[in-house]
Design a protein around this ligand. Structure first.
Ligand SMILES: O=C(O)CCC(=O)C(=O)O
Ligand SMILES: [Fe+2]
Length: 372
């Protein structure tokens, strides 16, 4: 018997009650048929919240869920290889290659991130000999990656198309027309492995608070850890968890679609925290990004290309914390407003044996002004 249990409204985390925010569910099959009620529902979710769950359990989406499972198996195998094998090419460009743990700012002030990541771009997977580490460059693995990228690409284009219809856009003005496959873009599949605290190394924790550069982010994770700050009337509300939903992807708007919609859509403020510091967490994100030469007005009021926005914001992600703090906050959060203080992250140090160590730098650490 399948028992469906509503996600809890709050969870106990780090000794306090943290909200679990409700998330609307959109049906992929209905979206594919441009069902008017579903088109209205997805548009409303993007205008008011900037995120939703996409139910992929129908016949049109199930194959995408199996692509996700195959990708997970590949990732688990890949991240088990020695660093030399994983880092064969290093980070070739911002949207292609491997980044070891600790490459960016983490979730607490003075910390680095707690994940390693492999990115395969949509443009690269279509080349005759894609630059992918030899460890996973056999025909079976390449097929898994191609299927996953193809599936994610189709899903995100279906969402774009519904949003264009909902906003009464026609012809060249439709969002799909600035996300064509044959034009260069930084669209990429990003596979992330968050290490247990004891293995990540001292001061390496989570994924800093940010909004995404992308137009749409399609996120698959079966594990807890993702937190969002839903937009409120006077600014974003407090950080709370998103409950993973079996059979669903979590979809959110990024800066590019917020800009392309004339700031009408909400870019989702989010971060990743170690919900269970002892577990390995795996997540897959497909970042659908606009063609490099697409023009829009950004959060600074500048007329910029999607490529320029990507490069500037990516640099802010990887800059040392001090430089990040100097970047305009409107860039870091895509112009999204926050209401009130950031909440505090308690960084507990865990010994290699998995036991909390006596009192190593425990305490409340103010979250960094984050970038994405
Ligand atoms: O790992 C996750 O769940 C989210 C990752 C993320 O926010 C990102 O890569 O931009
Ligand atoms: Fe993100």
């Amino acid at each position: 018997m399948v028992v469906s249990v509503d996600p809890p409204q709050s969870v106990e985390w780090q000794g306090k009650k943290v909200p679990v925010w409700p998330v609307q569910t959109i049906d992929y099959g209905r979206l594919l048929s441009q069902d008017p009620a579903e088109v209205d529902k997805v548009l409303k979710a993007c205008l008011e919240e900037g995120y939703f769950n996409l139910d992929l359990q129908g016949i049109d989406g199930r194959r995408m869920l199996s692509d996700q499972q195959e990708t997970l198996k590949l990732m688990r195998r890949f991240f088990d290889y020695p660093i030399e094998a994983k880092n064969e090419f290093g980070l070739i460009s911002s949207h292609l290659g491997y980044e070891p743990v600790g490459s960016r700012t983490g979730v607490g002030a003075g910390t680095k991130d707690g994940y390693e990541m492999l990115k395969v771009s949509r443009d690269e997977i279509q080349r005759a000999s894609p630059k992918i580490p030899a460890a996973i460059k056999n025909s079976g693995d390449l097929q898994v990656l191609e299927n996953a990228i193809g599936s994610c690409n189709t899903i995100t284009k279906v969402i774009l198309s519904a949003l264009s219809t909902g906003m009464h856009l026609s012809g060249a003005a439709r969002f799909e027309n600035s996300h064509r496959n044959d034009r260069p873009s930084t669209t990429t599949l990003s596979m992330m492995h968050y290490l247990p605290s004891a293995l990540a190394g001292d001061g390496r924790i989570g994924h800093q608070k940010h909004t995404d550069i992308s137009s749409l982010t399609l996120l698959f994770s079966e594990q807890w850890g993702l937190q969002i700050r839903p937009p409120g009337i006077c600014g974003a509300r407090e950080m709370g968890f998103v409950a993973p939903r079996p059979g669903c992807a979590f979809v959110h708007i990024g800066d590019s679609l917020r800009f392309a919609s004339g700031m009408k859509m909400q870019s989702c403020i989010h971060r990743v925290v170690p919900f269970d510091p002892a577990e390995h967490r795996y997540s897959i994100a497909y970042f659908l990004r606009a063609e490099d030469d697409t023009m829009f007005v950004d959060s600074e009021g500048r007329y910029v290309t999607a490529g320029q926005w990507h490069d500037e914001k990516f640099k802010a992600f990887t800059d040392p914390e001090l430089w990040q703090a100097m970047a305009p906050k409107s860039m870091i959060l895509g112009g999204m407003k926050e209401d009130g203080e950031d909440d505090l992250i308690v960084v507990k140090h865990v010994s290699a044996a998995g036991m909390p160590s006596p009192v190593v730098a425990m305490g409340e650490i103010k979250e960094t002004a984050v970038q994405a």
